[in-house]
Design a protein around this ligand. Structure first.
Ligand SMILES: [Zn+2]
Length: 319
C-alpha cells in the first residue's frame, strides 16, 4: 500500500509511562503491526517502525535511534524515515538491515519466481532502505545490552527462535512492576501459535525463549501483531501458556498421523501448522521446515524412525 493510501487519522496511540504505543491498522494484522516510541530525559527511541509509522510520517517525533526486535519486512517498513540516526538490531539479524540480499537470506527462499516476487514486494510495499539513499548506520547489540535514555532503560532480552537474533525489550522507568513493560516482537501470542518456519528460525530456541519470558516480571506486555497491549502478568502468562501449547498440539497431531508410515510430502500436504486447504509455495515451505524440526527431534529421542523415506512412530513418547 502506498503512503498516500495510509490514513493516519484512523490510527490510535496509547501512552504508558514514557512509552507511546503506535497501534497499526486492523489490530496489527500482517502486513501491519504495532510500533512504539520510548522517550527518556536524554534520548528517545523508535522501536520496530512499521507501515503505521509510514502513515504517521508527517507528524513523527525526532528520535536518537531506531531499535529492531528482528529484521523481517513488516518490522522495518518505516525505518527508512529515520535515515539520520543509527539503526540497531541483534548481531545475528543485522544483515537484514545492511542489504536486501541479507534480508532474503533470513527467509531462506530458494531462487525462483517466489523469491523474485517477494524481493520486489519488500522493495516497494515495505520501502526497503537502500544504501546511499535512505539508509542509516547499522549498529548491533547482544544479549544483556542496556540502552540508557535518561530515567528510562531498555534492556535487551535475546529471545531467538522466530529468527536467530529475535530480541524482546524490557523497558523500565521505576522500581515497581507497573513501571516495567516488555515488548514481545513476534512472540505474538496468537491462536496460530509460534512461527519457526524460516531459514533463521529454530523450534528449540523458540521454546527456551518462551521459558525465559515466564520468569520476567512486568505489568505491561506488547505484541507486534494482533494482541497488542496486554495488562497484567497473570494475563500474559495465561496467553503465553496457550500460545506455546500449539507446539505440543502440532506434535501430537503429527504423531497420530505417522502411526502409519508417511513421506515428508504427505506430512506437508496434511498440514499441521496451517489449516488443510491453505495452499501456496510459501505455506508448503514453512510447513516443511517447521515439521522437519519436530521430526528431527522425535527421531533423536527414538520415538520416530525414518525408513525408505517414510516416517513412522516406533515407540511411545515419554511424557
Ligand atoms: Zn517476524
Amino acid at each position: 500500500m502506498r503512503p498516500e493510501e495510509l490514513d493516519p487519522g484512523t490510527l490510535e496511540n496509547r501512552r504508558v509511562g514514557p512509552i507511546t504505543v503506535l497501534f497499526g491498522y486492523e489490530n496489527g494484522k500482517y502486513p501491519y503491526g504495532n510500533s512504539f516510541l520510548v522517550e527518556g530525559e536524554e534520548q528517545s527511541v523508535m522501536i520496530d517502525p512499521c507501515l503505521g509509522v509510514v502513515a504517521r510520517r508527517d507528524a513523527l517525533p525526532k528520535v536518537d535511534m531506531v531499535i529492531h526486535s528482528h529484521t523481517h519486512e513488516d518490522h522495518i517498513a518505516g525505518t527508512h524515515l529515520f535515515s539520520d540516526v543509527p539503526w540497531y538490531a541483534h548481531s545475528e539479524d543485522a544483515l537484514g538491515l545492511k542489504s536486501i540480499d541479507g534480508l532474503m537470506d533470513i527467509y531462506g527462499l530458494p531462487p525462483g519466481e517466489t523469491y523474485d516476487a517477494f524481493l520486489a514486494e519488500i522493495d516497494s510495499a515495505f520501502y526497503y532502505p537502500h544504501e546511499g539513499s535512505s539508509a542509516g548506520a547499522v549498529r548491533t547489540f547482544e544479549e544483556g545490552h542496556s540502552f540508557d535514555l535518561g530515567g528510562v532503560t531498555i534492556d535487551v532480552l535475546h529471545t531467538p527462535g522466530h529468527t536467530r537474533g529475535h530480541s524482546c525489550f524490557l523497558v523500565s522507568w521505576g522500581d515497581s512492576r507497573e513501571e516495567r513493560f516488555v515488548y514481545l516482537g513476534d512472540i505474538e501470542l496468537t491462536g496460530f501459535g509460534p512461527y519457526y518456519g524460516d531459514a533463521w528460525s529454530n523450534l528449540k530456541d523458540f521454546e527456551s525463549s518462551m521459558r525465559r519470558l515466564k520468569e520476567v516480571d512486568a505489568h505491561w506486555w506488547l505484541t507486534f501483531h494482533h494482541k497488542g497491549l496486554i495488562e497484567g502478568r497473570e494475563t500474559f502468562l495465561a496467553m503465553l501458556e496457550k500460545f506455546s501449547a500449539m507446539i505440543d498440539d502440532r506434535e501430537s497431531r503429527l504423531l497420530d498421523y505417522i502411526v502409519a508410515p508417511r513421506t515428508l510430502d504427505e506430512i506437508v500436504e496434511h498440514r499441521f501448522v496451517y489449516r488443510p486447504g491453505q495452499t501456496g509455495f510459501l505455506i508448503d515451505m514453512t510447513e516443511r521446515r517447521s515439521m522437519l524440526q519436530h521430526l528431527e527431534r522425535l527421531m533423536a529421542s527414538g520415538v520416530v524412525a525414518l525408513t525408505n523415506d517414510h516416517y513412522q512412530v516406533v515407540r511411545a513418547r515419554r511424557t
